[in-house]
Every structure is written in structure tokens, then in C-alpha cells.
Design a protein around this ligand. Structure first.
Ligand code: FAD
Length: 579
């Protein structure tokens, strides 16, 4: 059965970016707004964010948005667009106060101000040393943000369609006119018709075998829009967070190092002093992840194995238990390690997509490298690429990106919806996706999705991970294409209509394969090392040829075409990065 709903504005995704946009849309009571989410809203990955949200409040020491912008540009390895970075860092202070006024329970200084702690890559006076810029609520910052935003949406009477999985985007006359969603409970398809759509569907860490991302991080929005002709920007830049729990990938926040924790190799040496003499353990994430790999490659992993220690034992029980309660609990539960007394075994873990659906600074989706805008279509949060993070994101800047650009997208959509009409729907809105889901269900023999997924994840981890080189990336491209062929004949055991997660996981695997291919193809072409994209065969940054954003397009016959767009540089000219 197919159902049809009509709204002014649709928000796809109930993480920080989607909810912030929904709050702004719903402030106008005549604006009919709905949020569609495959998860119950407070289960979105934003709720897992631990360490903090960056803003130059200067509550504990001198700070300025200009230093924040400089750090973000430098952290991005000069690939971030500086106009967008200025917007984010300048609006950060007000948006934090706004969150506080919405009721967010930040941790406090003794005199009652919002507490702040240091984080990787954040410095004072343009790189002179660490600064306390990360605002936090213990190590549950994302949880508090998500709960606060959700409660404000409820207050504003936003309509929620929970456990509705968006599976297609509707376009007519080169305008976005809604989406198709699969109702998880009934297996029915629902058409949502609207003037404007925001994609806030989060990241796709599930492309890799070791990841900090939740199971739902399958990049659905990025894959759907890509299939519908929208490009993906800078997909070769995928961040590996230095400190995931060994073998599990579960994140141990950078806040541990912010509070004074240090990394140690098999000799007990604090090795970051050699790689980053000024910032040490608080250098940017790409730098620290590579240093850990280097130590492991040179045989100084613990016991010669593929992990090093994150040591917080010298901080004392008071700091560890009060300021880092959740990660203390994770270590005790999942590892049987007590971080008060023992070092934590860690390895880099696939964490964050710098790339995504290209947008302008108001969240409107950009159709090509010339900046052509797509009417009625917006994106924000990890699914989008503004680009404020360039080749490498600084810790605390994603939560900030969500609220700043979620808000801007909400405002831009409200303005657009005030004058736009409700667009016509294409003739058979559910036809293509219904056929694809039926095809997946009809198959009676073949391999399970889990097998294909595991091969993809291991291949991407081995060849498109922290370090890359031509032959390896080529192997990954070939392997992913082989897996895409095998995907055509996979088999689903559950043939039912209600809560058919077997079907949805198979459909999500199709998205992951799509994004794995774009990531690998974009990485193969970029013959330099910049930020998180580290080529062993091209170890240097090459500004003469590569100071530009990648735009990947899916062309007729499935071919991927790469085109490029210049970086917006205003105040900070590219320099060598020294930490
Ligand atoms: C463990 C961890 C810790 C982190 N810590 C920090 C930190 O301390 N500071 C920081 O700045 N950043 C941190 N990050 C990064 C940051 O949390 C994420 O980048 C950010 O929360 C993503 O938010 P989002 O709103 O874009 O999407 P998400 O919060 O991931 O939400 C995605 C939403 O989209 C919905 N959705 C997805 N697909 C569909 C579909 N097909 N149909 C319908 N709905 C769909 C989901 O239901 C969900 O509601 C952390 C990330 C992780 C994984």
C-alpha cells in the first residue's frame, strides 16, 4: 500500500543537524514541517558524541573566533573553504549561548560559566600552544545536545515519522519535490511531497571494518542523492580517529588527551613528543593516527602488536571518573580495563566523513563544480560538505557544524518555502524503488549481505585506510566493483513485510558499496598527501596541482567522473603544517 503526505518542509534525519533545522523551521507555526528518521530520534549517532563542541568563548583564558578559524583552516590542510569556516567560527559563540538557553546542561567552571577543555589542533595565537575551547557536558556532550534539541522540537509541535527509512528522492523539472520512505513497521511505501527537503542523514563509517560509527551509519542520504545525479565532494578525505578501542573501534574521546592523557608505545615512550613537539598528543587527528601507525610499523606497538596505549593513570580517579565517566564505563565493560589504574589499548578507527553532499553556506545543495544550486534541496551535518573541514576535521568542529549549518539551512528553507509552491510529483514516484526492493526480496539463491559487507569492510580497511598507495587503492576499486556485481544476486532470508531488517540492511549495503567506490576512485586520482588522505607513493602535499575540491559524478552506464573546484582562500595562505 502507498500513502501520500504533503508538507512545506521535510527534514530527513533526526541527529543534531536535522533537529536544529527543524527547530528553526517550526518557529513559524504556519510552516508544516516533518522530520523523517529511520531511528528513534534520540538514538541518532549525535548522541554518541563525547568530547565537546568548539567555540571561542574564552571562559578560562583568552580566545578568539579568528584563532579558531585559523586552527580550522590549518587542520583542514588548507582545503577548507575559508568563507564557510569564518561563518562557523564567528557564529559559534552565539549558538552555544543559544543551546544553553534551550536548556543544555553544560559542565561548569567553579564560578558557574560553561567549562572548556583543550582539544586536538585547537590553539591560541595562531598555533602557539593548546587553548581551552571545547565546551562539554562531561563526556556526554552529544547526548545532551540531542536530548535538548529533541525536547525543543516536541515543544514546537514538529511532526516526527520515526522508523521510516527514506529510500528514494523525487525530482521533477530539476527540482527536488519530496522523498519516498519505507515504513519499517508495516513494509508500506510512503510518498512525502514537499517544497523543500533537507538531507541530514549522517556519515558512513560502516564502509570500514574498524569504526566508531553506529550500525546505522550507512550514508543513505549521500548514496540516494548520488544516484539521482547530485555529485559527492571530497570523498577521499575520511578521518581515522587515533583512539578507538583495540579491535572494537569504539571511540575513546580526545577529551582523555584534553584532560592530560598521553599515548605510549611498547617502550613506554610518549612518542608524540617526537612527531609534534608543540602540540604533542593534541596535534590534529590525521597527524596522531599516522604517528600511531608509524610506531606499529616500526615494531613499537605493544608487544609488537597493532595497538598502542592511551595512558590516563597519572590523572587520578577524581578527574577520570568525574570528567570522563562514560569512557571509563566503556573500558571497564568492553575491555575489563580500569583506566584509573591501567592504560587503554587503542588503534585508529574510521570515524568521520569530511566529504559529502556539496552545499553553499546556507545549506543549499550545489549541483556542480560551478556552484549551480538545486532548488528545494538542502543538506547539513556529516552528510554534507560545506566545506569547513577540508582534508581533516578538528575535534569538536562537527557538533559545531551541525548546529551552525543546521540552523542556517532551517532559516534558508523557511525563506524558500514562504514563496515556493508545492511541486508536481513525477509520474510513478514509487516505481523505481519498489522494483529494487522487490528484486532484493525475489532472489532465492545467492550469498548473504553480511559476507559481501565483510569483504568490503576488510578491503577498505586494508587499502583505503590511514595510509594508501596506488596498487592498493586500485585493488580496492576492483574489489568493490566485483562486490557490486555480486550484490546483484545476494539473497535475503526474511521475506516478510514487518520489521524486515534483513531487507533494509541489504539495501544499506548497496549504499555502502556506492560510497566505498566513490571514496576509492577519488583517492586513486589524488596523487598527493593532504590531511587524512595520505599516499605513501606521493608523501607531499602538492598545492600547485591539488589545492582543489573533488566533485564525483555518477554518469550514464555507471561510470564515475571526477571534476574539480577551486578552494576559497581569503585570509590564510597555505603553509606547511607544523604542530
Ligand atoms: C562515537 C563518536 C563520538 C563523536 N564525538 C564528537 C565530539 O565530541 N565532538 C564533535 O564535534 N563531533 C563528534 N563526533 C562526530 C559527530 O558526532 C557526528 O559527525 C555528528 O553527530 C553527525 O550528526 P548528524 O546530525 O549529521 O547525523 P546523525 O546524528 O548521525 O543522525 C543521522 C540521522 O539520520 C537518520 N537517517 C539516516 N539514514 C536515514 C534514512 N535512510 N531515512 C531516514 N532517516 C535516516 C538517522 O535515523 C538519524 O536520525 C563523534 C562521532 C562519533 C561516532
Amino acid at each position: 500500500m502507498t500513502h501520500t503526505h504533503t508538507y512545506d518542509a521535510l527534514v530527513i534525519g533526526a541527529g543534531g543537524a536535522g533537529l536544529m533545522a527543524a527547530i528553526y523551521l517550526s518557529r513559524n507555526p504556519s510552516m508544516k514541517t516533518a522530520v523523517i528518521s529511520k531511528l528513534y530520534p534520540t538514538r541518532s549517532h549525535t548522541g554518541a558524541a563525547q568530547g565537546g563542541i568548539g567555540a571561542a568563548l574564552g571562559n578560562l583564558e583568552e580566545d578568539s573566533p579568528e584563532w579558531h578559524a585559523f586552527d580550522t583552516v590549518k587542520g583542514s590542510d588548507y582545503l577548507g573553504d575559508q568563507d564557510a569556516i569564518d561563518v562557523m567560527c564567528n557564529e559559534a559563540v552565539d549558538v552555544i549561548i543559544e543551546l544553553e538557553h534551550m536548556g543544555l546542561p553544560f559542565s561548569r567552571t567553579p564560578d558557574g560559566r560553561i567549562a572548556q577543555r583543550p582539544f586536538g589542533g585547537h590553539s591560541h595565537h595562531f598555533g602557539q600552544g593548546p587553548v581551552r575551547r571545547s565546551c562539554y557536558a562531561a563526556d556526554r556532550t552529544g547526548h545532551m545536545i540531542l536530548q535538548t534539541l529533541y525536547q525543543n522540537c516536541i515543544k514546537n509541535d514538529v511532526d516526527f515519522f520515526n522508523e521510516f527509512q527514506v529510500v528514494d528522492m523525487l525530482m521533477e523539472d530539476r527540482r527536488c519535490c519530496g522523498v519516498v520512505a519505507y515504513h519499517v513497521d508495516s513494509g508500506d511505501l510512503h510518498i512525502f511531497r514537499s517544497k523543500a527537503v533537507l538531507w541530514a542523514t549522517g556519515g558512513f563509517g560502516r564502509v570500514w571494518s574498524i569504526t566508531s560509527n553506529a550500525v546505522a551509519g550507512t550514508g543513505d542520504g549521500a548514496a540516494i542523492t548520488f544516484r539521482r545525479g547530485i555529485p559527492l565532494e571530497d570523498m577521499e578525505f575520511y578521518q581515522f580517529h587515533p583512539t578507538g578501542i583495540y579491535k572494537l573501534g569504539i571511540l575513546i574521546t580526545e577529551g582523555v588527551r584534553g584532560e592530560g592523557g598521553v599515548l605510549r608505545n611498547d617502550n613506554g615512550e610518549r612518542f608524540m613528543e617526537r612527531y609534534a613537539p608543540t602540540m604533542k598528543d593534541l596535534a590534529s587527528r590525521d597527524v596522531v593516527s599516522r604517528a600511531i601507525y608509524q610506531e606499529m610499523i616500526e615494531g613499537r606497538g605493544i608487544g609488537g602488536r597493532r595497538f598502542v596505549y592511551l595512558d590516563a593513570t597519572h590523572l587520578g580517579a577524581e578527574v577520570v571518573e568525574k570528567k570522563l565517566p562514560d569512557i571509563t564505563d566503556f573500558c571497564r565493560t568492553y575491555l575489563g580495563v580500569d583506566p584509573v589504574k591501567q592504560p587503554i589499548p587503542i588503534q585508529p578507527t574510521a570515524h568521520y566523513a569530511m566529504g559529502g553532499i556539496p552545499t553553499d553556506i546556507n545549506g543549499q545543495v550545489v549541483l556542480d563544480e560551478n556552484g549551480t544550486l538545486l532548488p528545494g534541496c538542502y543538506a547539513a551535518g556529516e552528510a554534507a560538505c560545506v566545506s569547513v573541514h577540508g582534508a581533516n576535521r578538528l575535534g569538536t568542529n562537527s557538533l559545531l557544524d551541525l548546529v551552525v549549518f543546521g540552523k542556517r539551512a532551517g532559516l534558508a528553507m523557511a525563506e524558500y518555502c514562504a514563496t515556493a509552491d508545492i511541486p508536481e510529483l513525477p509520474s510513478d514516484p514509487t516505481g523505481p524503488i519498489a522494483a529494487e526492493l522487490e528484486r532484493l526480496l525475489a532472489q532465492t539463491t545467492g550469498e548473504p549481505a553480511a559476507k559481501i559487507r565483510e569483504e568490503m569492510q576488510n578491503t577498505m580497511m586494508d587499502f583505503v585506510g590511514v595510509y594508501r598507495e596506488q596498487a592498493g587503492i586500485q585493488k580496492a576499486v576492483d574489489k568493490v566493483r566485483e562486490l557490486q556485481d555480486r550484490y546483484r544476486t545476494l539473497v535475503i532470508m526474511d521475506k516478510g513485510k514487518r520489521f524486515n531488517l534483513d531487507l533494509l540492511e541489504a539495501w544499506e549495503l548497496g549504499n555502502l558499496l556506492e560510497l566505498a567506490e566513490v571514496t576509492a576512485v577519488s583517492a586513486l586520482a589524488r596523487t598527493e598527501s593532504r590531511g587524512a588522505h595520505s599516499r605513501e607513493d606521493f608523501p607531499d602535499r602538492d598545492d600547485a596541482n591539488w589545492l582543489k575540491h573533488t566533485f564525483a559524478y555518477r554518469r550514464e552506464g555507471g561510470r564515475i567522473e571526477l571534476r574539480y573546484k577551486p578552494v576559497t582562500i581569503t585570509r590564510f595562505q597555505p603553509k606547511e603544517r607544523v604542530y
